[in-house]
Design a protein around this ligand. Structure first.
Ligand SMILES: Cc1cc2nc3c(=O)[nH]c(=O)nc-3n(C[C@H](O)[C@H](O)[C@H](O)COP(=O)(O)OP(=O)(O)OC[C@H]3O[C@@H](n4cnc5c(N)ncnc54)[C@H](O)[C@@H]3O)c2cc1C
Length: 471
């Protein structure tokens, strides 16, 4: 075909199993990525660092196939219209996203462009699109288990797409310089991130392969232990679409020859939680900002900048909470069990709103994701659908003792107490003076006292949450 086509990359930064790219393979292709300045959910610093590196990786993979990735910053419709007009483009291909702002924006773009050229969009980031699954009464699922059953009943998700032979468009098109977008940290604080991560499609597959052979066999037992390499760490790759959930799902099934055992099911269930998050976001677009259980609109959240900052900096005095918050700050990631403990501590021990916690996570996580973040914060706060009950208030000491019994995780991230014996590693304030002294710990100086007393905070939270139930 003579007229070129645009493949508009968005959160599908990969070449394999990419329906938009596959469908464009008959055209000479203009690969395009746009940094949309109006997106209300601009990624935070850690996620921007990820995007920067992921785009470099995509640029390289495309180059190897003879394609030049065009980078542009601004209004997507205007940018596409300008390229369409000046290069006689006949067709635009993209893969769909499901955030409310993007849905509205893309509908407008499709409607406008379709007046003069062809536009085709596809599903590349979900196992099943949100409108394909409904309860018998034709309403959206609000409970995870029946949703998961319905998802499984779809049985096989369409076959994976190999990288097609590609032809690059030879005309010259203006492209921004990635450095000029200002998304790379200045001054550069990203050393902790680059030690931990290799963004891009290749990194995603390496991660998956090592997870399948090393951690999947013990996943259902060890996934709750934060010091183990027990989970896949695929979340940022899935967020930016450097790997598709179908690729992950198929690889797991291949590994167990189509017969998942407890470990495989337990992992596939987590992939399905991601689906559920997107499903809920689609059907309840207010998910990121409003409690789905409306009685929480009246909840007496406390605005406390000082305590919020202590939580953000990992200075609450509760070692497992502080370890999680410091891991997040340093590496842009936190283990799921610890996300639950730290989030519960913020909303229940400090009575600070889940939205404030979600905003901090969104700003600092490499896997910051509107749907997953909001679903999980609402789950922890007990204000979403199918959430943890409000009276479940984690005791951070017991959680630490259960899931980090020898304190390995805490010792790594809260090194000032690393010499304490196991018995006090999660509750240094209960250690005898001699034990503190020989471990070089000075409470209130080298390590903070707990900022709230667990028993009192628990009683206060139960009272506040019980009141919310009665609104
Ligand atoms: C308060 C809070 C905030 C969170 N914010 C985010 C976020 O912004 N982005 C994000 O991707 N995840 C978020 N999660 C979910 C979860 O913690 C991460 O997806 C997981 O820790 C990523 O690590 P992994 O890839 O090793 O997970 P694995 O255990 O290997 O799971 C595989 C994949 O399943 C999905 N998944 C796992 N757990 C969940 C879950 N509880 N909800 C939805 N999907 C899940 C992820 O895509 C993950 O990569 C949040 C959880 C909590 C409690």
């Amino acid at each position: 075909m003579n007229a070129p086509a645009i493949v508009w990359f968005r959160r599908d930064l990969r070449l394999s199993d990419n329906p938009a790219l596959t469908h464009a393979a008959d055209f000479s292709i203009i690969p395009l990525f746009i940094w949309d300045e109006n997106d209300p959910h601009t990624p935070g610093g850690a996620s921007q660092w990820w995007l920067y590196n992921s785009l470099i990786s995509l640029q390289k993979s495309l180059k190897e196939k003879g394609l030049n990735l065009i980078l542009r910053r601004g209004n997507p419709l205007k940018i596409i219209q300008e390229i369409v007009a000046s290069h006689n483009v006949s067709t635009v291909f993209w893969n769909r996203c499901y955030e409310p702002y993007i849905i509205t924006r893309d509908q407008e773009i499709k409607e406008t462009l379709s007046r003069s050229i062809k536009c085709h969009s596809f599903n590349a980031s979900l196992l099943a699109e949100p409108w394909t699954l409904k309860t018998r009464s034709d309403s959206p699922y609000q409970v995870f288990n029946p949703f998961f059953k319905a998802l499984q009943a779809l049985e096989s998700f369409s076959p994976l797409l190999p990288i097609p032979p590609l032809k690059g468009y030879k005309g010259s098109i203006l492209s921004d310089c990635l450095e000029d977008w200002g998304i790379y940290p200045q001054p550069d604080w990203s050393q902790g991130l680059s030690q931990e991560w290799a963004p891009g499609e290749e990194g995603a597959h390496k991660n998956l392969t090592s997870f399948l052979s090393q951690a999947l066999p013990g996943y259902s037992v060890y996934r709750n232990f934060p010091d183990e390499r027990s989970t896949s760490k695929l979340s940022p790759y899935l967020h930016w679409g450097e790997i598709s959930p179908r690729q992950v799902w198929h690889s797991v099934l291949n590994t167990c020859l189509g017969e998942p055992s407890q470990n495989e099911w337990s992992f596939l269930k987590e992939i399905a939680w991601r689906e559920f998050a997107y499903y809920l976001l689609y059907h309840f677009p207010e998910l990121p900002t409003k409690s789905l259980r409306r009685q929480f609109d009246q909840f007496p959240w406390i605005k406390d900048k000082e305590y919020l900052q202590k939580w953000q900096k990992g200075m609450t005095g509760y070692p497992i909470v502080d370890a999680g918050m410091r891991e997040l700050w340093k590496t842009g990631w936190m283990h799921n069990r610890v996300r639950m403990i730290t989030a519960s501590f913020l909303v229940k021990h400090l009575l600070i709103s889940w939205q404030e916690g979600a905003a901090w996570f969104y700003d600092t996580l490499v896997d910051a994701d509107i749907a997953n973040n909001a679903l999980n914060w609402q789950w922890v706060a007990g204000c979403g659908v199918d959430s943890a009950p409000y009276f479940r208030i984690f005791n951070p000491v017991l959680q630490g003792q259960k899931f980090d019994p020898q304190g390995k995780y805490v010792r790594k991230w809260v090194p000032e107490i690393q010499l304490l014996p196991d018995q006090y590693i999660h509750n240094p304030w209960e250690a005898p003076t001699g034990a503190l002294k020989s471990a070089g710990v000075e409470l209130g100086k080298s390590h903070p006292f707990p900022i709230v007393d667990h028993k009192k905070a628990r009683a206060r939270a139960l009272e506040a949450f019980a009141t919310a139930q009665s609104f």
